[in-house]
Design a protein around this ligand. Structure first.
Ligand SMILES: Cc1cc2nc3c(=O)[nH]c(=O)nc-3n(C[C@H](O)[C@H](O)[C@H](O)COP(=O)(O)OP(=O)(O)OC[C@H]3O[C@@H](n4cnc5c(N)ncnc54)[C@H](O)[C@@H]3O)c2cc1C
Ligand code: SF4
Length: 517
């Protein structure tokens, strides 16, 4: 066993070359569970994480600090055309440090689709069940009590109830949650069972070495084997390279940098899989509807997400489904995703305390004509990747339908006004005006979409001609290279992704451990 530790950029003063069994790149949902399981098997594991090591002592519940330290591109990541704002984590714990704790098992419908369309017979509800059970126990995943739901989520609960739509209380990975509502800024009391406070410390105690502020720049490989991971230490404050190099020489490499970043690392390393790396990236494009109420909602306080509706998850052949949840409304988050500027934005904030936002997340990737987003490198190759989403007709049809349903739900819950997230918002005073949604401009940037769920780009599949990793997550043309994170999912999920990624990583750890040689 080696001594476990978390080293930061401040402590890494001179070049290091380290040998180990497995190098895991990324410390989020996939990387953390995988590293934990491998260390438990007795493997010597080194983890690289380009973000910093931030803990509850720094989580002061302010968005300004959170965006600049815990998010990719300081919270400004977006598609090339700025049509989709991309919220993605970047620190020890990855997305789990900032996520909103919603925990779902993978729907059977999705696993069946992967089996039937992508030849993935290695995953099934039965195979994943013991992994979900272990994860749920360790992370205290349980349904959030109805009595604790905040007013923002109650809008969705009441609206769906009034309309007879399916609704459910969500399960959350929290222990002694104080209902503060600042999950997206890091939990200040360690109630959120993120990887930062669960699997990573457990693994460090068992010998995991984490190099934080250390960005994997490329994989050095010959033939079918990766020989080394070449990484640069970043200044924890400026994020610029300090000039210190970390070179890891492992027997096996697991790329767990998340969708967008994992494909980017492979592209920088010349591992392109004939152009397939970075393709078929799915984001659950999320459409927002803003409801104004006479009563105060205070959508910034209380557990951010506690209700969802899957009433429109399966809309039949040829149609894109969507599911409905509620995001918190914090000032910076709102400003980042609002499509308006200047006086229009000022007008929105005048009603800040009385606003509810409801989200429809489109289940992209299931229809044969969809391409999703393509990730490519820009000049320096290290950040601000080119991300291009190909909008399909089916997506716009689903958006239009969803916008009507979101408004219907908000009016049913008592909204006095509902407006869309268009550059020129459609403002409605009652359900009699829903027809006006059809006349809005349904085009990229005319209506603002957002995502906190990035998936795909290193798609798993049996056929090497159409996928990047095989159904065991091994890169098709390499012997000692695996990808273990959300990027391997061949489609989006129709539910929030963290628990699926945890389970896939926990499942993969067994055969990855056996592959170390
Ligand atoms: C605001 C927000 C709210 C969310 N809410 C929920 C929710 O309630 N429920 C849910 O299920 N999901 C939620 N998600 C999504 C969920 O957290 C992610 O889908 C999940 O964490 C992705 O796991 P991953 O392992 O693929 O990548 P990540 O968790 O993103 O981890 C990847 C890590 O790798 C690091 N990395 C990347 N490239 C490199 C490199 N070259 N070298 C070193 N390190 C690198 C990154 O900095 C990052 O820390 C939310 C996400 C956000 C941003
Ligand atoms: S709502 Fe609960 S889990 Fe989220 S930040 Fe507050 S105490 Fe932590």
């Amino acid at each position: 066993m080696i001594d476990g530790a978390i080293l930061t950029g401040d402590e890494l003063k001179s070049d290091v070359v380290v040998d180990c069994d497995v190098c895991v790149i990324g410390s989020g949902s996939g990387g953390a569970w995988l590293a934990h399981e491998l260390v438990k098997q007795g493997k010597r594991v080194v983890m690289l994480e380009e973000g910093g090591h931030h803990t509850r002592r720094e989580f002061d519940m302010t968005e300004a600090r959170a965006f600049s330290t815990l998010y990719q591109e300081l919270g400004n990541r977006a598609t090339d055309d700025l049509a989709i704002t991309i919220l993605q984590g970047r620190s020890v714990g990855g997305g789990t440090t900032v996520n909103w704790t919603t925990s779902f098992r993978t729907p059977d419908r999705i696993l069946n689709h992967w089996r039937d369309v992508h030849g993935i017979d290695t995953l099934s509800p039965e195979i994943l069940a013991p992994h979900f059970e272990a994860i749920e126990k360790r992370l205290h995943i349980a349904a959030w009590p109805e009595a604790m739901m905040n007013a923002n989520n109650r809008v969705l609960w009441d609206g769906c109830g009034a309309l007879g739509y399916e609704r459910q209380m969500l399960r959350r990975n929290v222990n002694a949650c104080l209902n503060l509502g600042t999950c997206g800024m890091g939990c200040p009391v360690d109630a959120k069972q993120s990887m930062l406070v669960t699997m990573i410390p457990d693994a460090v105690e068992a010998g995991l070495q984490v190099y934080a502020n250390t960005s994997a720049r490329s994989l050095r490989w010959t033939g079918r084997r990766v020989e080394a991971v070449v990484a640069e230490v970043l200044n924890p404050v400026t994020n610029r390279p300090t000039g210190v190099a970390v070179t890891v020489k492992p027997k096996l490499v697991c790329v767990s940098g998340g969708a967008i970043n994992s494909p980017a690392l492979l592209l920088r390393s010349g591992l392109e899989a004939q152009g397939r790396v970075g393709e078929r990236t799915w984001v659950h494009p999320a459409l927002i509807s803003l409801g104004r109420f006479e009563r105060q909602i205070k959508a910034y306080e209380g557990a951010p997400q506690s209700v969802s509706s899957h009433h429109f998850f399966d809309r039949g052949p040829g149609k894109m489904g969507f599911f409905i949840e509620v995001p918190p409304i914090h000032p910076m988050l709102t400003a980042v995703v609002l499509p308006t500027n200047g006086p229009d934005t000022q007008e929105q904030f005048r009603h800040y305390l009385n606003l509810n936002a409801t989200l429809a997340l489109m289940v992209d990737g299931l229809l044969p004509e969809e391409q999703g987003a393509t990730v490519r490198l820009r000049s320096n190759g290290y950040s601000r990747f080119s991300i291009n989403y190909h909008f399909s007709e089916a997506l716009w049809e689903a958006c239009k339908t969803a916008q009507r349903e979101l408004a219907r739900i908000q009016f049913a819950a008592g909204a006095i006004e509902v407006q869309t997230f268009h550059q020129r918002p459609v403002v409605m005073k009652s359900v009699d005006e829903l027809y006006r949604i059809d006349d809005a401009m349904w085009e990229p940037t005319r209506v603002k979409l957002t995502t906190a769920h990035q998936l795909g780009g290193c798609s798993m599949g049996r056929d090497a001609a159409t996928s990047v990793v095989d159904p065991t997550l091994r890169f098709h043309t390499m012997d000692n290279l695996f990808v273990v994170d959300g990027s391997v999912l061949p489609t989006s999920l129709g539910v929030n992704p963290q628990e699926t990624i945890f389970a896939i990583a926990r499942w993969a750890a067994k055969h990855i451990g056996q592959a170390v040689s």
